[in-house]
Design a protein around this ligand. Structure first.
Ligand code: SF4
Ligand code: SF4
Length: 285
């Protein structure tokens, strides 16, 4: 079973939920992998302190155009569906927009003048760490300044293999990195907070998941902080409210010390186990 933990915006507590779910799954003897897919700012490792066993570099091929050989026919530009090539026939100029190159290779096939070759560009790393026997963390970490973290996230998901339970800590937002992470999920847990911003971003996430046809439920973090509008909206839309986590100074203290509340407080261990069981039951329905 694959469960993505996501949120429309950063800072709502999705890593908090993902790491505590992972903890209770491990303690209950599950074969579980947690994939940290928040490739631009991965932080799960700080809570789990695993033993790294593998680090893989993720790279892509990038087209390189040789202006000495190019006759400015424009064929490579016409074949590039990502609009990564600008060819100005009259001015005898050609440019490659590196960030738009998706390593599809079409321009190499198109060019009959041997003017295009490839070079390798590094995008990031995927690190695999053992947490306990049968439990693994895979971390996607994109290099600073790359245009898209999607290839790094895909590599982390591939490295995660097929455990009996895969938890995926999704990047915030609803753009391509989010969609790449939730695409393989059987269920998506949306973490929000009871504030106007939380509700606004929750609505955007729900709209996206509806379009993708993904089953989902909501965890409200920092319950008691804002107002009741999130709960009213969930009820109106008949969206499952999976768990409420109180706005609590003690939880904040534990989290700020990079500890897990389920490990520190048995009542939370029970609540997160219940959350896991609820999700599994919803998946079976
Ligand atoms: S297809 Fe080859 S020759 Fe034609 S514009 Fe592209 S690089 Fe130049
Ligand atoms: S490899 Fe593909 S995406 Fe990149 S420039 Fe060539 S045709 Fe465009």
């Amino acid at each position: 079973m694959k469960i993505a933990i996501a949120s429309g915006k950063g800072g709502t507590g999705k890593t908090f939920v993902a790491t505590n779910l992972f903890y209770v799954a491990v303690k209950n003897g599950r074969n579980v992998t947690l994939a940290d897919c928040d490739a631009e700012e991965p932080n799960v490792e700080g809570f789990l302190q695993g033993k790294p066993i593998r680090k893989k570099t993720v790279s892509q091929n990038l087209a390189v155009i040789d202006p000495e050989k190019c006759v400015y026919c424009g064929k490579c530009r016409d074949w590039c569906i990502y609009n990564a090539i600008i060819c100005l026939e009259e001015q005898q100029k050609i440019y490659l927009l590196e960030d738009l190159c998706h390593d599809c290779g079409a321009c190499l096939v198109a060019c009959k003048f041997d003017a295009i070759s490839e070079t390798e560009r590094r995008l990031g790393t995927v690190t695999t760490s053992v947490i306990e026997e049968d439990s693994v963390l895979t971390e996607a970490r994109a290099d600073v300044g790359i245009y898209s973290s999607v290839p790094v996230i895909k590599a982390a998901l591939t490295a995660s293999g097929t455990p009996s339970l895969l938890l995926m800590d999704a990047p915030p937002g609803i753009s391509c990195p989010f969609i790449t992470t939730v695409a393989p999920a059987d269920f998506v847990v949306l973490v929000t907070e009871p504030t106007p911003f939380g509700l606004n971003d929750l609505k955007l996430s729900v709209e996206t998941l509806e379009q993708l046809g993904k089953p989902y439920g909501v965890v409200v973090n920092r319950d008691g902080l804002g107002d009741h509008k999130v709960y009213d909206w969930l009820e109106e839309k008949n969206i499952p409210l999976l768990m409420k986590i109180p706005f609590d100074r003690e939880i904040a203290r534990i989290y700020s010390q990079s500890l897990l509340v389920a490990a520190e407080d048995d009542s939370y261990a029970k609540q997160f186990l219940l959350l896991l069981q609820k999700i599994e039951a919803l998946c079976k329905n």
